[in-house]
Design a protein around this ligand. Structure first.
Ligand SMILES: Cc1cc2nc3c(=O)[nH]c(=O)nc-3n(C[C@H](O)[C@H](O)[C@H](O)COP(=O)(O)O)c2cc1C
Length: 241
């Protein structure tokens, strides 16, 4: 057994890990997740923002995203947890290189009466479908309506939202009609463990080949160096094996 894998390789052992160790191992291996800088608002109109890297997209029709919130205590679901449940609205502003410094400040556990837009020196821009404003400096923002909150145990909750509107920085839109976006230009940043982050400028392009092409290569009908496209379409369909 390898030294690195020994301690965590057995399921029966992994269930014995305490929650801090599970948090560390999950966060440093299921990586890099994108980071949602969530803007939300309290009942007095105080603006709040906070980063959430337990975040992803789960559907497109309807467009569905989710953030997972770890409560501070059984009666403090963080400002975001409180405000999202109360107002049923939030904006996910994706963290990019230009909002990293602001993100760091909004991760501080300020009391609820602190305007975190002011604290982090970010400005608000009106949303089009909801009352909660987005972060003007963000390159991508998703206006969300809360669909459901799923509780996991006493401290974790998953807030699932439907995306009602999306804003993408103009200079990163390559072709609006076809929905093509220049990812490196967006400068999106992902989380890579506790205090580490990764850029998305190093893009690998990899098209999934057709079944015909793979079959053709296996049977020698297609030269594996041939470009994708018309050549593979000319091949007969694979014989059922
Ligand atoms: C990069 C990063 C990612 C984070 N991801 C999460 C997360 O997924 N869930 C969570 O509960 N807290 C997460 N946090 C911590 C919250 O941002 C922090 O508790 C914040 O103060 C909550 O603010 P609020 O009370 O204004 O909602 C993260 C912090 C950082 C720096």
């Amino acid at each position: 057994m390898s030294k690195a894998g020994a301690a965590f390789s057995l399921p029966s052992r992994s269930t014995q890990l305490d929650s801090t160790m599970r948090y560390k191992l999950l966060g440093s291996t299921i990586t890099p997740p994108p980071i949602a800088l969530v803007s939300n608002i309290d009942e007095h109109g105080v603006l709040d923002a906070a980063p959430f890297s337990y975040f992803n997209v789960f559907g497109e029709d309807p467009a569905v995203v989710g953030i997972s919130i770890l409560s501070r205590s059984s009666d403090d679901p963080k400002d975001t947890g409180h405000n999202v449940r109360r107002s049923g609205e939030f904006v996910i502003n994706l963290v990019d290189e230009s909002t990293l410094d602001a993100m760091k400040i909004t991760a501080i556990g300020f009391s609820r009466d602190v305007d975190e837009f002011k604290a982090a020196k970010i400005s608000s821009a009106p949303s089009t479908k909801i009352a909660v404003p987005r972060i003007a400096e963000s390159r991508v923002s998703l206006e969300c309506k809360l669909l459901q909150v799923i509780e996991f145990g006493a401290m974790r909750s998953l807030a699932i939202g439907e995306v009602l509107a999306m804003h993408i920085a103009d200079d990163a839109v390559l072709d609006a009609e076809r929905g093509h976006v220049d990812l490196p230009k967006l400068g999106i940043v992902g989380r890579a463990g506790a205090h580490s982050y990764v850029r998305t400028s190093d893009v690998i392009k990899l098209a999934v080949p057709s079944a015909e092409r793979v079959h053709g290569e296996l049977t020698g009908l297609i030269n594996s160096n041939a470009p994708f496209g018309r050549a593979e379409k000319r091949q007969p369909p694979p014989r059922r094996l």
